[in-house]
Ligand binder design. Sequence first.
Ligand code: GTP
Ligand code: MG
Length: 350
Amino acid sequence: KSAKIAKIRTPIVCVLGHVDHGKTSLLDRIRGSSVVSSEAGAITQHIGATLVPIEAIRAMSTSMQKIPVTVPGLLFIDTPGHHAFTTLRARGGALADMAIVVVDINEGFQPQTIEALQILRGCKTPFVVALTKIDRVHGWRVVENAPFLTTFAQQNERIQEFMETRHYEIVGKLSDLGFNCERFDRVQDFARNIAIVPISAHTGEGIADLLMVMIGLAQRYMEQSLAMSVDGPGCGTVLEVKEERGLGPTLDVILYDGTLSVGDEIMLASEDGVITTKVRSLLKPRPMKEILTEERFERVKSVVAASGVKVAAPNLDRVIAGSPLRGVRGDREAVATQIRQEMEEIHVKL
Ligand code: GTP
Ligand code: MG
């Protein structure tokens, strides 16, 4: 019977939220990394991508070791919260199959929290709310890496009451915006209610619950949209155009559909209009590594969606960040028209 379980591709999970609310720290906790400390002023200025394999997720969530999981992992997209980067948040949101909206429990809703919710509503993207920095609540007793309910039971009555009050303030704000939310352990139907998961990126509390809810969402409600479509030509979005020593200009790409291989003909939007070129090499960051900071890429012959990958090819220097990347297998003119249309949607006329 187990042979019947459908194969699904790696879901893309976008992390959105107000500046400094703890998006990169959450990913650092999941990766076991310290990307925040390498950022200028601890401000994220680019879209990042990290593949977290299912084995790593299982290792963090003991309760998940019992349930059958078909998701191969999660591809996390980090976005900047600073108000100047609206375009990057919209780009990240458009790529996402699911999202995590990070809200600092001590600060509550802020302008970019609301902007994030509007992006997700626009794209009809399912999401969960991570109510973070619970360890900063005055008098909090840390139970390192504990599931939320375990640590919550250890807190005194005053803190429990404070948590409930904050929680219902957030539920109220979300309800005003038309979203139906509840704490994750009280959610009966994840298709109807948005789950709120209290966490701390510094102590690991609640992280296992958050991962569990994300995997559950992917498996139960997204199997159809994530059903494997690996045979088609590669479709992706260019995050950045970067000069790499020995390679020349390269593209950091999120591949969200199909397969991209060395030798494939691809089309992109550049300052000179739509261009056609051929993939010369593909460089994959290691699992658990942020593509923005990775130094030891692995050279591969092809990549399957969803992945973050660095693409080297001739004539990339004038490619526009945010451009679609399309593998071509036939009618070039049709693909070019599609690229022009997609660029117009983001208000760039080629
Ligand atoms: P931008 O990318 O610039 O929007 O910020 P961000 O949302 O990625 O926030 P970041 O992860 O850089 O964290 C901002 C600050 O909050 C840092 O000083 C973190 O150490 C701190 N922080 C993040 N999460 C937690 C947490 O769970 N607990 C505590 N105590 N501090 C946290
Ligand atoms: Mg950040």
